[in-house]
Design a binder for this molecule. Structure first.
Ligand code: SF4
Length: 337
């Protein structure tokens, strides 16, 4: 496997302008894992404006995770959040999102993806924020290869064709019109989300590993494993309902509704508030038999064996209680709203 190094657009000039516009005196810099090595360089750019730069060294896994609590504790008057597009609509502290486009060539990997799309003529195109700028040329490439290309409207995301780890309304909106999806980006995480949200064949063109592959087998494996989790959770008497404390994960109303449904079924529900849902944190509650996770729906999906008790997404929970059938959940998606 050949690893291709990408550089990223950190929009240094815009950062300076935004700091000056807000007259910010203390700026909290937040980068996801993988981009953190750039933090010291960005801190120096921030300092050139006369503001104090503080780097958040905590993990940051997604667009949901805006460090507003930390910024308030530090008296920061601005957050610069890199690597994601706007997801949390209202933040208590002014937050600038720097989408951090990846500057990497996709031409070669698209050629590799073409044979995997051979049996499909209508292709839904999707990508993560880092590659949005490549969609136009990818569309042209596929059209030259004789494909019909369809892009979902922006919807809950900032751009047409953009998906986030837990937000797939964009690809779902075109599911009836396409034979398969092509995802541009690294790894299988996002593409797996497409497959689990649409039940359609999904091919990845990964420019970092310079390879193209299908995620269909992994998706099938996950569906089987989640079926087992749902069956196990049906026997649970004491159920923890997880409320995420990250700004974009807090779904208190959903958690309260789930608690009500659990109690309607004669079981006991407990509300648990947590920042990071980890196997270790849940081990502290040995009397709970299963969990419904209203925080990040992807936490247990790829590695449920790390958790000792079944963890269900909201949609899976509805199947476990018999409120929704497995078939209609598949239509809706394992975790998509
Ligand atoms: S909730 Fe999970 S999948 Fe969604 S943005 Fe946050 S970390 Fe990513």
């Amino acid at each position: 496997m050949v690893l291709v190094m990408a550089s990223f657009a950190f929009e240094e000039e815009r950062i300076k302008q935004e700091i000056q516009k807000l007259c910010a005196k203390r700026v909290l810099i937040q980068l996801p894992q993988g981009l953190k090595p750039e933090a010291p360089r960005i801190a120096k750019i921030v300092e050139k404006t006369g503001a104090i730069a503080i780097i958040s060294a905590d993990p940051c896994y997604g667009a949901c995770d805006i460090a507003t609590t930390e910024a308030a504790a530090l008296n920061a008057d601005m957050i610069i959040h890199f690597g994601h597009s706007k997801f949390v609509k209202h933040t208590s502290i002014p937050t600038i999102y720097v989408e951090t486009s990846a500057l990497i060539n996709t031409a070669e990997v698209l050629e590799k993806a073409l044979p995997l799309l051979q049996s499909y003529s209508k292709i839904g195109l999707a990508t993560s924020i880092q590659h949005i700028h490549t969609l136009k040329e990818t569309r042209e490439f596929l059209m030259r290869a004789g494909k019909t290309v369809i892009l979902g409207e922006a919807g809950q995301t900032e751009h047409a064709g953009q998906i986030i780890g837990c937000e797939y309304s964009n690809v779902k909106s075109i599911a009836d019109e396409v034979d398969a999806y092509l995802f541009i980006g690294g790894g299988f995480f996002h593409a797996l989300g497409i497959s689990l949200s649409t039940s359609k064949p999904t091919i990845v063109a990964d420019p970092y590993d310079n390879r193209a592959f299908s995620v269909n087998d992994i998706a099938q494996k996950i569906l089987k494993q989640q079926w087992v989790c749902i069956e196990q959770a049906k026997n649970a008497k004491n159920i923890g309902v997880i409320i995420g404390l990250k700004p974009g994960q807090k779904k208190i109303e959903d958690a309260l509704k789930i608690k009500e449904i659990i109690e309607k079924h004669g079981k006991t529900a407990y509300l648990l508030a947590i920042r990071e849902v980890t196997p270790e944190a849940l081990l502290e509650f040995p009397t709970l038999d299963a969990y419904v996770n209203t925080a990040c729906p992807r936490i247990s999906l790829e590695a449920p064996e790390k958790f000792t008790k079944p963890i269900l997404t909201i949609n899976e929970f509805m199947v476990a209680t018999g409120e929704v059938s497995w078939q209609s959940m598949l239509k809706k998606g394992l975790f998509a709203n």
